[in-house]
Design a protein around this ligand. Structure first.
Ligand code: HEM
Length: 142
């Protein structure tokens, strides 16, 4: 368990909430700027995007606590996301967009320690995604 990452990520979320009402549009603006080809996979309904970001936050917080059931949850999401057309490199861009959006939202209160904690946990999550992407129906296209 990486308590310092949990606290640091939690603190940055609080700082972001003081400044920004809704992080979701910031995340997707960044994501689609990095990966314009991912936009076409999404519908116009904001609800799906909101649920996706909520689930991502939950997973990151679960990563810091090393909860055992995370593997199974990621496995299911990776499977569902094959149907949507999500590729491994899109996950990388999405996670990058999440860090950039957090940094935008937190503004000048963003610290190197926030950045390190987010990057370390997202890297960990990416490794779980990549592992499950290799199993099941074979590797995802890059
Ligand atoms: C850990 C990373 C991710 C998590 C936890 C996650 C989770 C979710 C969840 C919970 C939903 C909502 C499903 C529903 O409401 O029925 C969703 C929808 C979706 N996700 Fe993800 N997702 C992740 C990464 C990605 C990536 C990298 C892509 C790449 C394009 C992607 C593409 C989509 C699409 C296209 C939808 C359908 C949403 C819509 O049409 O509005 N997701 N995701």
């Amino acid at each position: 368990m990486k308590l310092s990452d949990l606290l640091s990520i939690h603190e940055s979320l609080e700082l972001a909430a003081e400044r920004v009402d809704d992080l979701v549009p910031l995340v997707y603006e960044r994501f689609f700027a990095l990966r314009p080809d991912a936009r076409a996979l999404f519908g116009n309904d904001a609800l799906g995007r909101g649920r996706m970001f909520n689930e991502t936050l939950t997973m990151i917080l679960e990563c810091t606590q090393e909860v055992g059931y995370l593997e199974g949850i990621v496995e299911r999401e990776v499977g569902d996301h094959r149907e949507y057309g999500a590729t491994l490199s899109m996950y990388e861009s999405y996670f990058e967009a999440v860090v950039q959006a957090m940094q935008d939202a937190v503004g000048e209160s963003w610290t190197p320690s926030h950045e390190e904690s987010w990057r370390r946990q997202l890297k960990h999550l990416m490794s779980i995604v990549a592992r499950h992407a290799q199993i099941a129906d074979g590797p995802l296209n890059h």
